[in-house]
Write a protein that binds this ligand. Structure first.
Ligand code: SF4
Length: 684
């Protein structure tokens, strides 16, 4: 049985061999060709029912599934009747399958009639979505993983791929082993495992990435490194270049706290290599200038023409297995469905397709605003699916407070206990990996199947089924009458092609009539997938035609870097992120003993001099304080950190200890364009 790993955005193919459910990499899957990382290879050890939510509960008491679904539907109906549809919200996850996401979005935006559905992908990729839409006119990632092998130079920005996207990293290591002349530049304030084979590491000041890339754009322009053939395909060139003039080498060196020599070395390499692939992740996106950071990188690829061919282009790595699928169906509050927005034409089009007069007409609340609205009592019912916002959101303590106040909190989950599940009025048991059946889309636009190969635990149901059952109880019988996820997928595919005519990048209309058998056999494939591209599309923009109405891409003027101010009270700068062997809040990977061997307790990594200055030694218990609260864990001395900076992993929750949740220390400052929280820089 072939399926897909449920962890990161590499989206590795996995093969399961009965009868013991032995897990191995799928040799044919183009994302991994048989490779798996340590998390993926331990998937078979996560299948036990220990800690699983096995049956529905209302206020902690076991009830029948019918009672639970009736209760949810009645609760939503009462609140909608009394306060209107805006008093209801859904909060999803990049762990959901596309079919789950589609159903949630259709129910919320199409039938309840408010757009208050957002997702933990807001914390992950929202800034990249804005960057792509502004530059290309569509949320369209131009590249594919094969470009790693094709590139002359890979630039890794704000990404510790060696730990967070290990199989993509393995491909990179192999490519560099095969072709040692291939260059790797790592741009990251920390010296991480991803620097081990780097030709150049730029340990820049946190938050100064856009300055580095604005300087690159200026330098390309001043050093005849502009691709003249690209200019007819670009708009905003003059304005952007004029704005970038301020970023000369000396100014960039001050902003980034790097030597001019190191900066120039990067810029010269970028210009000299014909095939440059830039990969980035949360260090770029989770910033108050996250969207502008994305455009600063994309600008450099557009102006130098390094896009649209093998080995070249800007390529954001999604953190989660189906962050991209959520983007496709409209899982973000500012999208409608199938890459459409809220223009009158698009609302009308989706209304006709869904045969619903109640489609939301304006964007809804993004994650931080959504939980703030719950806290203010404006949103009175929330349905949280497959995620743990009470610990993963910035100011997690306030999120927990908001949920405690909310009139109706529904949580569909695989785990019986989590900081969020503990606050639920209604708990609905959801099927987990190995039980559920559907599709996910990885970072390179590749749709793959997650297939069920074991019986569901207890009374666990697919998320789409739970949603459709509630929708039917709300009276939306016909629109949610699916019997199988293949029917949802076919509808989603049909909507992607509905009155599209090549204007929207997301188009899988070739699958609009997929049968259940074809769905079961569906091989991994990259969109667009339509009449013009019947076998899918590896790379976009080979023809230099973009999705803006005039067919041109846009350059965007650079952002002014936002500096997090330290003070005598809070003199250190805290960064957060993943470690190699854990996933999110550890509900799955935390149950695997061998994955706990890497790090088994919350820790703070800091530079030896900072440790000495605070009288700390390796293994000491210490306390880290921000303006919002304090955290406690072990000291790890790490000379890869710059002085004055700390790193704390984001995995441990209050289930481990009351002071283990690091996101409780982080203020909910967001990028104003994407609403993505700046989780990477907190004064402590
Ligand atoms: Fe799973 Fe990501 Fe590891 Fe691949 S790299 S096996 S998708 S966690």
């Amino acid at each position: 049985m072939k399926t897909t790993c449920p962890y990161c955005g590499v989206g590795c193919g996995v093969e399961i061999k009965a009868p013991d459910q032995l897990v191995s990499g799928d040799l044919q899957h183009p994302a991994n060709f048989g490779r798996l990382c340590v998390k993926g290879s331990a998937l078979g050890e996560t299948l036990s029912h220990e800690g699983r939510l096995l049956w529905p509960q209302i206020h902690g008491e076991r009830v029948s599934m019918d009672e639970a679904l009736d209760h949810v539907a009645q609760g939503l109906r009462d609140i909608i009747d009394k306060h209107g549809p805006q008093a209801v919200a859904f909060y999803g996850s990049g762990q959901l399958l596309t079919e789950d996401y589609y159903t949630a979005n259709k129910l919320m935006k199409g039938f309840i009639g408010a757009a208050n559905i957002d997702t933990n992908s807001r914390l992950c990729m929202a800034s990249a979505v804005v960057g792509y839409k502004r530059a290309f006119g569509a949320d369209a990632v131009p590249c594919c993983y094969e470009d790693i092998e094709q590139a002359d130079m890979v630039v890794l920005v704000g990404s510790n791929a060696a730990w967070a996207h290990p199989v993509a990293w393995q491909r990179l290591v192999q490519a560099k082993t095969d072709r040692p002349e291939m260059q790797l530049v790592v741009i990251d304030p920390r010296r991480t495992a991803s620097c081990d084979i780097a030709d150049l590491h730029l340990a820049l000041q946190p938050g100064s990435d856009s300055a580095l890339f604005a300087g690159l754009l200026n330098w390309l322009n001043e050093n005849e490194a502009v691709d003249e053939t690209m200019l007819p395909h670009l708009a905003n060139v003059e304005t952007t270049l004029e704005a970038c003039k301020a970023w000369d080498l000396a100014t960039v060196a001050v902003a980034c706290q790097l030597s001019e020599h190191a900066i120039l070395s990067f810029w010269q390499r970028f210009a000299a290599q014909p095939r440059v692939l830039t990969l980035w992740c949360m260090g770029i996106n989770q910033s108050q200038t996250g969207s502008d950071n994305n455009n600063a990188i994309i600008n450099a690829h557009l102006l130098s023409g390094k896009i649209g061919y093998a080995g070249a282009g800007p390529f954001s790595l999604t953190g989660q297995p189906n962050a991209m699928g959520g983007r496709e169906v409209g899982g973000l509050a500012n999208q409608l469905a199938a890459h459409m927005g809220f223009s009158a034409v698009e609302v009308d089009r989706v209304s006709r397709f869904w045969n619903s007069p109640h489609v939301a007409r304006q964007p809804g609340l993004t994650a931080v605003n959504l939980f703030n609205a719950i806290n203010r009592g404006e949103v009175k019912a929330v349905w949280i699916m497959g995620t743990n916002p009470a610990v993963s959101m910035p100011e997690g303590n306030r999120v927990a407070q908001a949920l405690a106040r909310c009139e109706l909190v529904v949580v569909s989950e695989v785990s019986a206990r989590s900081d969020t599940a503990d606050l639920a009025d209604v708990l609905l048991p959801a099927q987990g990996w190995g039980e559920k059946n559907g599709t996910v889309t990885n970072s390179e636009r590749r749709i793959s199947r997650q297939r069920s190969f074991i019986a569901p635990a207890g009374e666990a149901k697919p998320d789409w089924w739970l949603l459709a059952q509630v929708a039917q109880r709300l009276g939306y019988t016909e629109a949610f009458a699916w019997q199988h996820p293949s029917e949802i997928f076919a509808e989603h595919a049909a909507l992607s092609g509905f009155e599209n005519h090549g204007r929207r990048a997301f188009d899988i209309s070739a699958l609009a009539h997929i049968t259940r058998e074809q769905y079961d056999q569906l091989a991994p494939v990259q969109w667009p997938l339509n009449d013009r591209a019947p076998t899918g599309t590896a790379r976009l923009f080979a023809d230099r035609r973009f999705f803006h109405v005039d067919g041109k891409a846009r350059l965007l003027p650079p952002a002014i870097p936002v500096k997090t101010l330290t003070s005598s009270h809070y003199p250190l700068l805290m960064n957060t992120g993943r470690i190699r062997d854990q996933w999110h809040t550890m509900t799955r990977t935390g149950n695997v003993p061998r994955l706990m061997q890497h790090y088994d307790e919350p820790f703070v990594a800091l530079h030896p001099h900072d440790a000495a200055a605070h009288g700390l030694s390796q293994g000491d218990l210490t306390r880290v304080q921000s303006a919002l609260g304090w955290w406690s864990g072990r000291v790890v001395i790490d000379s890869g950190l710059m002085r004055g900076q700390l790193f704390i992993p984001m995995h441990w929750t209050r289930q481990f200890s009351a002071q283990a949740n690091v996101d409780g220390l982080v203020a909910a400052h967001c990028c104003p364009d994407s609403g993505q929280p700046a989780l990477k820089q907190t004064a402590v």
